[in-house]
Ligand binder design. Structure first.
Ligand SMILES: *Cc1c(COP(=O)(O)O)cnc(C)c1O
Length: 429
């Protein structure tokens, strides 16, 4: 497998370089030079395969001989080790539950696979230190993904008092190779400290530092597996297959486009957003106008400049006309989101989270305009991560899974950190 930067298709990088660097020097995004199509027999015979087998065949198809098959199988087995079940709400509407991993969000797939790949490529005796700034959710998935990964230490910086109690517990109670720094500042301060560390010649020459950037190609690759896993589970595959993807940075939807390029018979993708509707607007008008994000109930999608947009463009020959044929966009405000949660509960007896609700609403609107389909809504987080909103709407207690509930009894361990780079650097050394 070779990769290029979206800003320069003429220079190629190895998968190892792309994974360890995260971003190319020209600030583009890494893209596979080719996305090979899997044979029809793979999709025809998929019924009898396990999720791990599906994931391995896709990973192997894309990555090729860059990683020997036995090693790749091990990487897949240690990262794709929880299910992605399809739940049927009605004849037309299915929900793909992506929250069965350790942090109860779909980001677990990306974080775990990236951790495994980084560890595989980390061929030095000196530990690789991953610096992550988080505003809440990503940090939990990354921390859980890297926990106990040999040769890797993770330092998580989070803004003191600005993440939820549960999120803080997800960051500060793991121990082992995960260290949490509670920064006396904002998320931007945390991000600034991390950026300064990468620019500091003394630090980078003495220590092996890396980032667990959300646009690392290693996070996109495993996200294509579950689109195919969903297809596998559909009992009737005759109607057009439509995925509705609640989106923020659009890594998830980009992975769906990858899966389609590999041969998955997808009829349409739906880009479902909250009021941060930059991509739905682009799909309607052809004008891409990023702007500062606004806060919503589906806060993991509060993104004003979607970082994977460059990949979506690249996959569509940088042409609006082509992209709007394969992706339809819809956006919803918080009031509509609450209505969506209520409707799914009242009509289908299913508790959906605010992100999934946005996807559900978009699928409904798509079907109003296009008729009945095989519709799959990606449920990106467990509803118990958004207890206040969900319980207020459905008027009933939401069951909190054991792996989240146990965090309440654990003791927070974090190191206080100022926003001065000098302090952070001293601590790192
Ligand atoms: C990160 C996240 C999203 C958005 O995913 P993107 O790949 O950034 O589009 C949606 N829902 C939840 C729960 C998330 O954590």
């Amino acid at each position: 497998m070779k990769l290029y930067s979206t800003k320069n298709p003429k220079v190629f990088y190895s998968l190892k370089e792309a994974v360890l660097k995260g971003l190319p020097d020209d600030n583009g995004l890494f893209m596979p030079q080719s996305i090979p199509k899997l044979p029809n027999t793979f999709f025809e015979g998929i019924k009898g395969m396990s999720f791990t087998e599906v994931a391995f065949e896709m990973a192997h198809g894309l990555i090729g001989d860059s990683i020997p098959a036995n090693d790749l199988l091990q990487i897949v087995e240690s990262s794709v080790n929880f299910p992605a079940p399809v739940i049927s709400l009605s004849n037309d509407i299915k929900v793909l539950e992506l929250f069965h991993g350790p942090s109860l969000a779909f980001k677990d797939f990306g974080a775990r696979f990236m951790a495994q790949l980084m560890s595989y490529y980390n061929d030095s005796d000196e530990p690789l230190r991953i610096l992550v700034a988080t505003s809440g959710d990503t940090g939990g998935a990354v921390a859980a993904g890297f926990l106990n990964t040999p040769g890797i230490e993770v330092v998580i910086l989070y803004p003191s008092g600005k993440v939820s109690d549960l999120q803080e517990k997800q960051l500060t109670t793991l121990g082992g190779n995960i260290t949490a720094l509670e920064v006396d500042g904002t998320f931007d301060d945390c991000q600034h400290l991390v950026k300064q560390a990468f620019l500091d010649k003394e630090l980078t020459s003495k220590h092996r530092l890396s980032s667990a950037n959300s646009i690392n190609i290693a996070r996109v690759i495993p996200q294509m597996f579950y689109y195919v896993e969903a297809y596998k589970q559909l009992s009737d595959k005759r109607k057009p297959l439509v995925f509705s993807v609640p989106s923020g940075n659009f890594g998830n939807l980009t992975a769906g486009l990858f899966a389609k390029r590999m041969g998955l018979p997808v009829s349409q993708f739906i880009a479902a957003t909250n009021e941060n509707d930059i991509v739905p607007k682009y799909l309607k008008s052809g004008n891409y106008e990023p702007r500062p994000s606004v806060r919503t109930l589906s806060n993991a999608m509060d993104v004003g400049a979607p970082s994977n947009f460059a990949r979506m463009l690249d996959l569509n020959c940088s042409t609006w006309n082509i992209m709007k044929d394969e992706i339809t966009g819809y956006a919803y405000n918080d009031m509509a989101t609450k209505k969506g949660i209520a409707e799914v509960w009242n009509q289908h007896d299913y508790v959906i989270d605010p992100h999934g609700a946005v996807g559900y609403l978009a699928l409904q609107d798509y079907m109003k305009e296009n008729g009945s389909v095989n519709g799959v809504v990606l449920e990106t987080a467990h509803p118990s991560k958004f207890l206040d909103t969900v319980e207020e709407v459905i008027g009933k207690q939401v069951e909190v899974p054991e792996r989240l509930a146990v965090l309440n009894d654990r003791t927070k361990v974090a190191i206080d950190m100022s926003i001065r780079f000098k302090d952070f650097k001293e601590w790192l050394i």
